[in-house]
Design a binder for this molecule. Sequence first.
Ligand SMILES: Nc1ncnc2c1ncn2[C@@H]1O[C@H](COP(=O)(O)OP(=O)(O)O)[C@@H](O)[C@H]1O
Ligand SMILES: [Mg+2]
Length: 234
Amino acid sequence: MYIQIKDLCFTYKKTEKIAVDHFSIDLNKGEILSILGESGSGKSTILRLLAGLEVPSSGSIKVDDLFLFSKSDFVLPEKRGIGMVFQDYALFPHMTVAKNITFGLKKWGRKQVQQRLEEVLDLVNLSDYQKRYPHELSGGQQQRVALARALAPNPVLLLFDEPFSNLDANLQYKIREELRVILKKTGTTSIFVTHDENDARTLADKMVILNEGKMVKSGRPCDMLSPLNEKVHA
Ligand SMILES: Nc1ncnc2c1ncn2[C@@H]1O[C@H](COP(=O)(O)OP(=O)(O)O)[C@@H](O)[C@H]1O
Ligand SMILES: [Mg+2]
């Protein structure tokens, strides 16, 4: 298995309730996992633990035979090679599309940067937009810039935190189809969290239903007939 997450637990300081309770999942390289759960179920916290922004109280995270976290390991967030795409895109407003996308490629040579920029712009279908600023783009285009920026450094794992919440329904539908195609084309192992059952189903190879920090169910979307019965609401 390329990614092995075992028994991650976490409780926020000054709170009593466990936010993530024994979260475990294995993923093959290139697989897409979606985590479906209502607001407050612990989805963002799981992503923060994986990215290294919070420290689990127990459990382990292993990527490609390297422990990012265990009893005796903690790899710093910036050394993990994990990318993140957020709901609000978090683009730098004063930087062009090209600058936004190449921001994380500081250690690359100039030629490599230019080549990678062209590759990812082509992937997200924005080749003509590299000189624009974020405010000169539609919501869907900004979303694609955020995806291109996250893909540019070839992350070992890409995390998505409700990335479609700010898009209208039509666009959401189109973009999630596009996103799956791009992730499969690039073979990017991804974890995607959402409160939207359709998003979770359409995108994923594997799906987990989360309730109050606990895994209620997991499996292939086609084998999970009615997660809504598990009390998950938008
Ligand atoms: N910084 C924090 N301090 C204390 N509690 C938090 C913090 N962030 C989130 N929580 C709590 O942890 C639980 C899980 O939150 P979160 O992971 O953000 O859920 P989701 O992303 O599924 O909406 C919630 O009960 C939330 O109130
Ligand atoms: Mg959240």
